[in-house]
Design a protein around this ligand. Structure first.
Ligand code: ATP
Ligand code: MG
Length: 221
């Protein structure tokens, strides 16, 4: 069983997340990708994150009818801040250590992984699929591989080398980090929240059911 874990705040989930999850699932032949909203995102100090139950519910609405993409409440059921290492241990346990686990994240998130709890253990336990993301703040997509390798050499192991196409980077203590190009959709949850606050439509940026839920619950306004 090959499973992908795609964590985030998902406040709210949008087509950038969904399309990336689907393309990674197909590209890496994963049986299942779990979309996992963080209970209390450890790296977000922003006030007023929508309730975890609402963020989870919007994911459930978004993936309904899409086999292979599943909303997971594993982090919101756990007490306290959400740490990916705990989630990974949960899935290893759940599958009696038989699963091959792939962590999915954007390059922006990956370049902060050295601030995550037990990040070295994490990198030795699971493969990471870093997805490209059009982001004015980050390195340009075609330089992503360099940014990624440079980061791994500086923070984890000097012997990191990439091979194959798409490149997989490996080194001491690194099971494998690949960079995977997904359809560039310049959509972010912050932009969606801004649009809602401004009384504007978010149609075609996120599933209609998510927009309905935001309106019914009065989120972000
Ligand atoms: P915010 O603007 O609030 O930070 P976000 O859109 O970045 O929200 P997150 O919940 O922070 O969404 O992101 C969860 C994961 O999804 C991260 O790994 C992030 O890099 C990735 N991601 C978010 N948006 C996209 C996108 N448009 N394309 C590819 N990856 C994305
Ligand atoms: Mg983000």
């Amino acid at each position: 069983m090959r499973i992908g874990l795609f964590g985030g705040t998902f406040d709210p989930i949008h087509f950038g997340h969904l399309r990336a999850a689907l393309e990674v699932r197909e590209g890496f032949g994963l049986d299942q990708v779990f979309l996992i909203p963080a209970a209390i995102p450890p790296h977000k100090t922003r006030e007023g994150v929508a309730p975890a139950a609402d963020r989870l519910h919007m994911i459930e609405l978004a993936v309904a009818g899409e086999p292979g993409l599943t909303a997971s409440d594993v982090e919101i059921r756990r007490e306290g801040p959400s740490y990916t290492i705990d989630t990974v241990r949960h899935y290893f346990q759940e599958t009696a250590d038989t699963a091959e686990i792939f962590l999915i994240m954007g390059l922006d998130a990956f370049l902060e992984i050295d601030t995550w709890k037990s990040f070295r253990e994490l990198l030795s336990l699971v493969s990471v699929i870093v997805i490209s993301r059009p982001d004015g703040d980050g390195p340009p997509a075609d330089r992503g591989g360099e940014a990624l390798a440079g980061f791994l050499r500086a923070r984890v192991s000097r012997d990191v080398a990439g091979s194959g196409s798409p490149a997989v980077f490996r080194g001491t203590g690194i099971r494998g980090v690949s960079l995977f190009a997904v359809t560039a959709l310049d959509i972010s949850s912050s932009r969606i929240r801004g649009l809602v606050r401004a009384g504007r439509s978010i149609r075609f940026l996120a599933p209609a059911a998510v927009w309905d839920c935001i309106q019914i619950k009065g989120l972000y306004s």
